[in-house]
Design a protein around this ligand. Structure first.
Ligand SMILES: [Zn+2]
Ligand SMILES: [Zn+2]
Length: 208
């Protein structure tokens, strides 16, 4: 039987982007979308005694990747991102930083993800669910009872599809096919804003 996941979130300004540190009873964990706040995230990791096995990006936009390198430098963990979004890490036009008066770059990822890949830490596992529509390489990380949905699915809303590579039809199609298929009580940890549950989104999300 697997232990419950400990999930600590950090709201990173100026876009109120959610970074999540996810760990289990073994003390191993992953950091999802460290857009900034490296000192606070690293302090939590240190105090909680978490051995970080990987830094994960749901996609390559600037507000999700800003502290990738700082977390990697201290923890030694490798960075994972979907292959389609990998070029955004090293290009401030592609990751939109150049258009937002923002500076965000990261070194190339150690591993490129694709649909169905499994990311293991401790006794836990997250599966890569490819959900293009917000970006072409956008993914969700799905574990037992949890889904980290990046800018694909928000509580009561969905991600923008008007950025380069976006497609509203793809976004909504992928959410319906791949996320709404999850059990009702699956907790949704979104890339911005509050958390939700799949059952509530299936019933009440006006975009779906
Ligand atoms: Zn985004
Ligand atoms: Zn975002």
């Amino acid at each position: 039987m697997r232990g419950k996941l400990a999930i600590q979130s950090f709201a990173v300004m100026p876009f109120d982007e959610n970074c999540y540190v996810v760990s289990d009873d073994t003390g191993e964990g992953v950091v999802i979308d460290p857009g900034g706040m490296a000192p606070e995230i690293l302090a939590y990791i240190r105090e909680a005694g978490i051995a970080v096995k990987a830094v994960l990006n749901t996609h390559g936009h600037c507000d999700h990747i800003g502290a990738d390198d700082a977390i990697r430098d201290v923890t030694g963990a490798p960075l994972y991102i979907h292959a389609e979004d990998a070029p955004m890490l090293t290009d401030m036009k592609k990751n939109l930083a150049a258009f937002m008066g923002f500076r965000a770059l990261a070194r190339p990822a150690e591993r490129l993800l694709s649909e169905g890949d499994k990311i293991a830490f401790g006794q836990s596992e997250l599966e890569v669910v490819h959900t293009p529509g917000h970006t072409t390489g956008g993914v969700c990380f799905v574990g037992e009872g949890v889904a980290f949905t990046g800018d694909t699915l928000f509580a009561g809303s969905i991600g923008r599809s008007d950025f380069p590579g976006g497609s509203e039809a793809d976004l909504i199609g992928n959410i319906k096919k791949k996320l709404l298929a999850l059990p009702d009580d699956t907790k949704v940890y979104a890339g911005h804003g509050p958390s939700s549950e799949i059952g509530w989104e299936r019933k009440c999300n006006p975009y779906l």
